[in-house]
Design a protein around this ligand. Structure first.
Ligand code: PXG
Length: 458
C-alpha cells in the first residue's frame, strides 16, 4: 500500500510520481531518491513550482514555448476548435478547416518553393516520415537502392526507431539495437570540441567534406539523403562555422542527395530567420518541424516538402504512411493562431534585430568567468562551455558532472538552464524582454559562481 506524505503538497505529488510515472530520458532510481520538481504554473517566461519558487525558463519548456506561457489566444483557438470539431482524420479523402488553414499558414512562411506540408504529431514522427518519404521518393524515381540516409554524431532527430537511428546519440543506439540498416553517420561540426588547430572556417570545410568521403565509401548510387539540424540543439548548441552548410549543400547537389534540414528547434524564428536553413544560407528539400509550430501548447509536427519532391510523391499512387493525429484539428487551430502571433508581433524580426543581438551581447559578458571556456550563440540560442582550466581550456574529469552541478545551482538561483555534458545551454522564449535577459544572465552568473566555488575555482 502506497504511503502518502499528505502533510505537504510537494511530497504528496512526488510520492504519486514515484509510484506511477515513468519519466522520459531519466534515471528513475536516481529521480525517485531525490523526488521530482513539480511545475504547477507558468506565465510569460516564468514557471512556478509546487513550493512556490519562481523560475525563469531559459529553455522555453523544451525549446518550444516561442510565444511564452499564458497566451489566451492559443487557449481560445483550441477551445473553439474542440467545441466545434475536436477530432476528425485526414485519411480517407476528407479534410478539415484547421488542417487546411495550418498548412496554408506554414506554406506562407516556408522558404520559396516549399508549399506542401505532411502533418504528424511530433518531431520524432516527422523524422520517421522523412525516412519513409525519402525512400518512397527514390523508389518512385526508379532508384529503390538509393536508400541510405546520412546523419551526424550527436545529432538529435527524435526517440522513435527511425528518429533515434537518424540521430547520432550513442547511448540511445546502445539501448535499442540501433541504428536500423540504411543509416550512416559522419562527425559533427563542433569546433570547440576539436583540437582547435584549424581556424573555424577551415574546420567547417573539413567537417562538411566528411560527407563526401562517406558518400564515396558507401557508393554514391546508394545514398539517398543527408539530414542535419542547422544548429545541433540537444547535442549542445553546436553552431557550425559559416563555411559548413554551403559546403554540405554543394556536396548534396553534386551527388544528387536530398537535403533535409531538421527545423524542429531552429524553425519559427529561433535563429533570427523563420528557418535555421535560411540563417545558414541553404535551401533544403525537406524540413521536419514541431515544437514552436504550436509553441508547445498542443502536440503537432510536420514535414515541409519542396514542390518538385511533392510532385514525385503525389504521382506515385498511395503513400502508405500517416498517423491518427496527422493534422489534429485542435493542434492545427493552435498552430495557425501561433503563427499569426509570431507574424503580428514580428517575433522573427525581433530576434534578428533586437532581442537576439541583445541576448548574445549580455551572454558573452559571462566569458570572463573563471569556469567558462567559451560562450557562443546565435539568435536566441546560447551555449556556455564549462572548463577546469580557462587558460588551456582543459575540461573537467567525469564529463557531465560539473554540468549537472551547475544545472542544480541554476534551479536554486531561479533559472532553468540545461546541461549537455559540461555545456550549459539556453533557448528562452522569443518574447523574452531585455530586462528578463538581464535577469537571466545575472542568475546564470550566480549559478556559475556557486559551481566554481564547489569545484575549487574562484
Ligand atoms: N528533431 C530535433 C532537432 C529535436 O530537437 C526532435 C526532432 C524530436 O521531437 P519530439 O517532438 O519527438 O521530441 C527533437 C526533440 C533535449 C531534448 O534534452 C530535445 C528534444 C526532445 C527532448 C529533449 O534537449 N528535441
Amino acid at each position: 500500500m502506497l504511503q502518502l506524505a499528505t502533510n505537504n503538497e510537494t511530497g504528496y505529488w512526488q510520492d504519486l510520481d514515484r509510484a506511477h510515472h515513468l519519466h522520459p530520458f531519466t534515471d528513475t532510481a536516481a529521480l525517485n531518491r531525490k523526488g521530482s520538481r513539480i511545475i504547477t504554473d507558468a506565465k510569460g517566461v516564468y514557471l512556478w513550482d509546487s513550493d512556490g519558487q519562481r523560475l525563469l525558463d531559459g529553455m522555453a519548456g523544451l525549446w518550444c514555448v516561442a510565444v511564452g506561457y499564458g497566451r489566451q489566444e492559443l487557449v481560445d483557438a483550441a477551445t473553439r476548435q474542440m467545441t466545434r470539431l475536436p477530432f476528425y482524420n485526414t485519411f480517407f479523402q476528407t479534410s478539415h478547416v484547421p488542417a487546411i488553414e495550418a498548412a496554408r499558414a506554414i506554406a506562407e512562411v516556408a522558404p520559396e518553393g516549399m508549399r506542401r506540408v505532411f502533418f504528424t504529431g511530433s518531431g520524432s514522427e516527422s523524422n520517421d516520415t522523412v525516412l519513409r518519404m525519402v525512400r518512397h521518393y527514390w523508389a518512385q524515381r526508379g532508384l529503390p537502392h538509393r536508400n541510405v540516409i546520412i546523419g551526424r554524431v550527436n545529432g538529435y532527430h527524435g526517440s522513435t526507431v527511425a528518429g533515434a537511428s537518424l540521430g547520432g546519440m550513442k547511448p540511445m543506439h546502445a539501448q535499442g539495437g540501433l541504428p536500423i540498416p540504411g543509416v550512416a553517420h559522419i562527425g559533427q561540426p563542433y569546433w570547440f570540441g576539436s583540437d582547435r588547430s584549424l581556424t573555424p572556417e577551415e574546420f567547417g570545410l573539413r567537417s562538411a567534406r566528411e560527407l563526401e568521403a562517406k558518400i564515396l565509401e558507401l557508393g554514391p548510387d546508394r545514398v539517398a539523403a543527408f539530414i542535419g539540424e542547422p544548429v545541433q540543439g540537444a547535442g549542445g548548441v553546436i553552431i557550425p562555422p559559416s563555411t559548413y552548410w554551403p559546403e554540405i549543400q554543394r556536396i548534396c547537389r553534386k551527388y544528387g542527395l536530398l537535403l533535409v534540414s531538421d527545423e524542429v528547434i531552429c524553425g519559427f524564428g529561433r535563429t533570427g530567420s523563420w528557418w535555421g536553413c535560411q540563417t545558414m544560407g541553404v535551401a533544403p528539400d525537406l524540413m521536419p518541424i514541431a515544437k514552436a509550430l504550436t509553441s508547445g501548447y498542443l502536440p503537432l509536427g510536420g514535414v515541409i516538402v519542396r514542390d518538385e519532391i511533392a510532385e514525385v510523391l503525389e504521382t506515385g499512387g498511395e503513400f502508405f504512411h500517416g498517423f491518427t493525429y496527422s493534422g489534429h484539428p485542435a493542434s492545427c487551430a493552435v498552430a495557425a493562431a501561433n503563427i499569426k502571433i509570431i507574424k503580428e508581433e514580428r517575433l522573427v524580426e525581433r530576434v534578428r534585430d533586437r532581442i537576439g543581438p541583445y541576448f548574445q551581447e549580455k551572454l558573452r559578458t559571462l566569458g570572463d568567468h573563471p569556469l567558462v571556456g567559451e560562450v557562443r550563440g546565435i539568435g536566441l540560442l546560447g551555449a556556455i562551455e564549462l572548463v577546469k582550466d580557462k587558460a588551456t581550456l582543459e575540461r573537467f574529469p567525469n564529463e557531465g558532472e560539473t554540468g549537472l552541478l551547475c544545472r542544480e545551482h541554476c534551479f536554486r538561483s531561479g533559472l532553468v538552464m540545461r546541461a549537455v555534458r559540461d555545456t550549459m545551454i539556453l533557448s528562452p522564449p522569443l518574447v523574452i524582454s531585455e530586462a528578463e535577459v538581464d535577469e537571466l544572465v545575472t542568475l546564470a552568473r550566480r549559478a556559475l559562481d556557486a559551481t566554481a566555488k564547489e569545484r575549487g575555482l574562484g
